[in-house]
Design a protein around this ligand. Structure first.
Ligand code: NAD
Length: 485
């Protein structure tokens, strides 16, 4: 134990005390990164910043570990455990990186500028300014898709940002406390304790599983009088949940949910969310008004306005409604000088918009940007030599540089390597579709759950987060979840 603590202390000190950093250098190109999610953070983590003056602009000054967001919503994890300040990554970079907490509102890909604004919570002021870039990495992600369905924005709880999970936790506990209020009618108790999750993608399935765990593990001891009245319903418009998983794992999830008494309604569409109910269109097209206390909206994502506006600048090249079309090197199609890259959920590739894809794209782009810096430096040297009077020595150097430049220009296209799909389904069970010796290994169960935990713990970006998450898991095992609001 002492040894482990010693190692932990050593690494924590290394993390805490960054070395000297090079200052911004006006002779270097400016690389602007928009976003601080999976794509941008993975890029920053791998990027060699000696070659660039890097400016990161994001409305959040942190990276959010989204796979564990549903755990925050039911109080298994504390919100801060899954956040990592962006400066945590940048403070260890060779050259200083500017991190600006602001929203990019407009990109001009011809003038090569980004306009961004910050709303100060203290003064209520909006500050707006513009920055020039040489290269832009557009990694702004996506936002919740409501399909303009009435009541979704007003009454639904989203599951995208940290505040969504915190909001859901407060709503959920409010339902429990209100149901426990003396004198409630049985109908009202039953309504308040009906939790509806919309969307049978991985987010909706994980939220349902986490809700079930809370009810199973903690409700009996905190609210024994309510324990048998809680219901969870998962609503999905398509014929099955989790279409991206294999048939066997879909069936496994469905049977686990059945045992856990989570009702799955497939081929059922949410048409409206009201203050105290949800309107469903059933498979036979009949419309029913179902009373409930809480509706979680996990029905997918759409592009942000800043992304749509940028795409609209290149109407011929950007026609995919799912997102920005990029070439093999993740360059935005249509941009004349190839100075804009797009990664993560704002881009449309042949892969699903997942965290895994975004982080691999970020790491790839870090390598491409290093190679670009090398290429740009060679090209500049070559230009200078070609303008100078030709001596035999200079001629030889030009030839050498041309060979190096030709080599530097050969950049391998991005290739995604699928490490498998993993989802927690509650009841200490997880499902995993893993690529395995050219085939697929589909596993589900408790062992998969342990694998799920260790996989998440080890992909969490920092040592600090690993310690915080592990600590939360132990705390819940020992004392149960905290139900204070
Ligand atoms: P999703 O788009 O995968 O699923 C949303 C679901 O909601 C769809 O199946 C859709 O049919 C359904 N839906 C939409 N409107 C509806 C309505 N009115 N009524 C009923 N159902 C409706 O969304 P997600 O689960 O948030 O996932 C987004 C992306 O992130 C996906 O690419 C997913 O693979 C990825 N993701 C992966 C994991 C994981 O691997 N563990 C976890 C979370 C998200």
């Amino acid at each position: 134990t002492v040894g482990t603590l010693g190692v932990l202390y050593y690494y924590a000190q290394q993390d805490k005390t960054p070395g000297e950093q090079l200052p911004h250098d006006p002779s270097k190109k400016t690389l602007v990164v928009l976003g601080s999610g999976w794509g941008a953070t993975s890029l920053l983590k791998s990027l060699d910043t000696t070659d660039y003056n890097v400016i990161v602009i994001s409305p959040k000054n942190y990276f959010l570990f989204t796979p564990l967001l549903p755990s925050v919503a039911v109080g298994t994890l504390s919100p801060r455990s899954i956040l990592q300040p962006t400066r945590y990554v940048t403070r260890h970079k060779k050259r200083q990186v500017s991190v600006i907490e602001a929203s990019a509102t407009e990109v001009d890909p011809i003038a090569k500028t980004v306009k961004f604004e910050d709303t100060s919570e203290i003064q209520g002021l909006v500050s707006m300014t513009t920055v020039n870039y040489d290269y832009l990495v557009f990694a702004v992600g996506a936002e919740v898709q409501t399909f303009n369905i009435p009541g979704v924005k007003e009454h639904g709880c989203f599951m995208k940002e940290l505040e969504d999970a915190e909001h859901m936790q407060r709503r959920f506990l409010d339902c429990l406390e209100t149901a426990a209020f003396p004198g409630q009618t049985p109908d009202e108790v039953s309504r308040l304790l009906h939790m509806v999750v919309v969307g049978g993608g991985p987010t909706g399935v994980e939220v349902s599983g986490e809700l079930h765990d809370f009810l199973e593990q903690d409700l009996h001891s905190w609210y024994p009088e309510l324990a048998n009245h809680v219901r969870i319903t998962l609503v999905e418009a398509l014929p099955s949940v989790l279409p991206m998983f294999s048939k066997q794992l879909i069936e496994y999830t469905e049977s686990t949910f059945k045992e856990a008494k989570i009702d799955i309604l497939t081929k059922t569409m949410v048409k409206e969310i009201k203050e105290k109910s949800v309107v469903l269109q059933m498979p036979d097209k009949s419309v029913v008004d179902v009373p409930c206390g809480l509706v979680v909206w996990a029905a997918g994502n759409k592009l942000r306005k800043v992304t749509q506006d940028l795409m609209a600048r290149f109407p011929d090249a950007q026609t995919n409604r799912r997102g920005i079309t990029v070439d093999g090197h993740l360059r935005m199609a249509g941009v004349p000088d190839g100075s804009v890259f797009a990664i993560g959920d704002c881009s449309a590739t042949s892969y699903a918009p997942t965290a895994q894809v975004a982080s691999q794209e970020g790491a790839y782009l870090a390598r491409i940007l290093t190679q670009l810096a090398k290429k740009d430096a060679l090209a500049a040297r070559l230009n200078a030599l070609q303008d100078a009077p030709a001596s035999e020595e200079a001629k030889q150097e030009v030839e050498g540089l041309q060979r190096q430049l030709a080599k530097a220009e050969k950049m391998r296209p991005f290739q995604y390597s699928h490490q498998g799909s993993l989802a927690y389904i509650g009841s200490d069970k997880a499902i995993a579709d893993l690529p395995f010796f050219n085939g697929n290994l589909a596993t589900g169960g408790v062992a998969t759950y342990l694998f799920w935990r260790s996989a998440y713990i080890s992909t969490l970006f920092s040592l600090r987060n690993r310690v915080l998450v592990a600590n939360d898991w132990i705390k819940v095992k020992l004392f149960g979840r905290d139900v204070s609001r």
